[in-house]
Each structure stands twice: as structure tokens, then as C-alpha cells.
Design a protein around this ligand. Sequence first.
Ligand SMILES: [Zn+2]
Length: 445
Amino acid sequence: MRKVLFVFAAVFCFCHLLALGQESSPASRNTPSTAQRTIYLDCGALWDGKADKLVSKVTISVSMPEGKIVDVKAQRDGMATGGAEHIDLSKQTCLPGLIDTHTHVLLQGDITAEDYDVQLLKQSPEYRTIVATVNARRALEYGFTTIRDLETEGAGYADADIKKAINNGIIPGPRMQVATRAMDVTGSYPLQGYAPDVPVPHGVQLVDSADAARKAVREQISYGADWIKVYSDRSYRVREDGVLDDIPTFTVEELRAIVDEAHREKHKVASHAMALNGVHNSVEAGVDTIEHGNYIADEDLKTMAAHGTWYVPTIFVGDYVAKGRAAAGAPVWLKMVAIHEDTFRRAMKAGVKIAFGTDAGGFDWAIDPAKEFGYMVKWGMSPAQAMRAATSSAAELLGMQDQVGTIEPGKFADIVAVAGDPLADVTVLEKVDFVMKGGVVYQKN
Ligand SMILES: [Zn+2]
């Protein structure tokens, strides 16, 4: 009996480490050679993931096959040593691999309800998974070496399999944390509007009651969820006083049960909450991240700042879908953009922790998610603040700050490079032309 217990404990601990993304370097499985060697990246300039300034002429040493940074040093004249493996990035700025904390690799853009329904009704989960492997590669090629994928939208646990295939070196892609199926209550999430006797798929796991929610958390974690994702509100309208109102989905009791169960199992909760009540209930229930947050009341911003609750604003996608959704009969989406800007500025003032997230997949993967940087700067962040949101801060949100998010010894060699100075013009991040993940070069123009 005792032996059985011991084996169980060992297995549990192993799974738990995997769930937190602390597995050994995937690069070691991507690299054909396991021989010990050093790669030198000679960068024209370096942004380390934290500073307000660039440092010019820096060489980053990467030890292989571990795929980790061992040294970051100012270059001396005649740096190149005979026979050593140097990568010439002397005309570029090196920076940490970018992190997108809100993606959907299983989605291909859904401006209208029809766009969404077609994907669930006419594409098999298998087809969608094949396309998702291409999206994962695209994310990496855009320079995103880590992503948090926030639910599969009806494709079951396919995200956990994409993550597994990447970690096993089967397909190229970023490091991933995944949310699997997400949750909402009956009557709140697409597909909606079909005749009652026509069975249709849903983009989430439907849960009603605190007990059902706890069971769903347990189930999703058992099948590979790193995060629990909930949809906390729907049906948006602007009140006369300018506040963005909504219909909350879960009761606070249900949300509390989800958060309590997830936290008990050492997992975190991301809440889609776009307006007054959804955000308030989520913050009260103790979720870890607020997704979108087009409107957040000042009192909730205060609570978020005090509790360290993250705000993932996903600005670009709101602008991208607004016109199409207004044309399809929901003009509120046009008004939501200005409300969102005001909230973003108030959140900055209130000292709320903000991380970069785009909702890629909510818009077509052919569009570079790095467009988000320009929006963050337009709405009041400095380029360095926006870039920290996508590197050191995003790593902290993921609990991966010991592994990624900055360029310093001990971290994975997740490094991208761009021509030009992103601190002077943040839009150069839309033209990443060098991507290394765990010491392996994935894309180089
Ligand atoms: Zn989303």
C-alpha cells in the first residue's frame, strides 16, 4: 500500500511540473546533436526585457543542447573567435522572445456569429487541429516564442495535443500554456439561435451550479488544462452615463467555486470579462487575469491593483471586429473602442499590472499580432512599457519568470531580433526577422 502511494505521489509531481511549463528544454528534443557547444549571438543592440534603454554591441552566449543563455557581455574588438559558432545580428536589435498571453490557435477569425458557427458546424476538430499547427508555427515566426492559448472554441482538448507535439519536437511552435475547453453557463455561448430540437455544438463546456463547475475544473485539469478560462459576461450595451453594461453569466457563487477549485489544484483562472458586472464578479471571486476589460469600474481597478490581478486588454481585436459587428447589427462594438481606451488609461494610472495579449485567432492568423504594440503606445504606454508587457511582465503572469521574458544568464535562449530601434518605433516589432527558441533558430530572413 505504501509503495503504491509513493508511486502515485511521484507521478503526480511529474505531471504538476509539466502543467506549469517547467519541463526540460524542448530544444533538446529539436536539436539533432546533443554534443556540448556554445552559440554566440552578436547583436548590434540589446533590449533585455526590462530596461528603458538599449545597450549597444552585445554578445549573448547560448549553451547547447540545454538551449540556455550563459552569458551576456559587451563586445570587444575582434570578437569572433576561430571555429566558434557566431550568428551575425550586428545590424539588428536583439530582445527577448515575445509572449502573447491571449491566443486561440484553433480559431481563424470570427467577426460575425456566422463566421464562428461555420467553423464549429462545417470543420471537424481534426481539420481545425491541422490548421492550428500552422497557426502555432506562424506565432513563432512572428516572434512569439511563448503563448497562453485561451481555449479551443469547440475543439475539445486539441490545444493540449498541439502543446505536446511542440514539446516533443514534432512540429515547430511556441512554448504553450493552454486552457482547453473554457466554461460558460447554459444559454450564454455560441452556437445560439438554432431551433430547440436541433442539437448544435458549443464553443465551451456548459456548466451550471457550483458543483458542476468544480467537476468541470477537475476534468479539464485532468486532460491537460494549465489555465481555467471562464466567460463571465455577455450582451453588451452602453448605459446613458457611458458605462458599458452587460449580463453576467455565472453567479458569484459559481465563479468562487471555480476559482477555489482551480487554486486548490494550483492552477490559475482567466476570465473573459468585458464590462461592468462580469469584471466586478470576476474580481470579487479572485480570478487571476481579466481578459479584454473594455470597461472596468474604478473600484474594481483598485481591487485589481491591491490583489495583483492582471489586466490583458486585447486592444487591436476590438478595433478589428467593431465595423463588421456593427454592420451585422451590433453598433455597440463601435462605441466600445473609446470606452476601452478610457479604461486602459485609468488602469495605467491605478497601477494595475498589464500584460500583452491579442486574441489572435479572434482575427485571422495572417495578421501579425504584434500590431497590438502600436495600439498600446497610442493609448498611452511608452514603447518600453508595451514591450515589458509582452516579455518580463507576461512571463510573470504565466509564472515562467525564471525561464523566459528577459535576456539574462539562466533563462532559455528565446531571442528575437529586428532591424531598427523598437524603443523609438514600436511598430518595427511587426517585422521580426530572426527567431530563436531554446537556442534553435526557427526563422531567419
Ligand atoms: Zn479570446
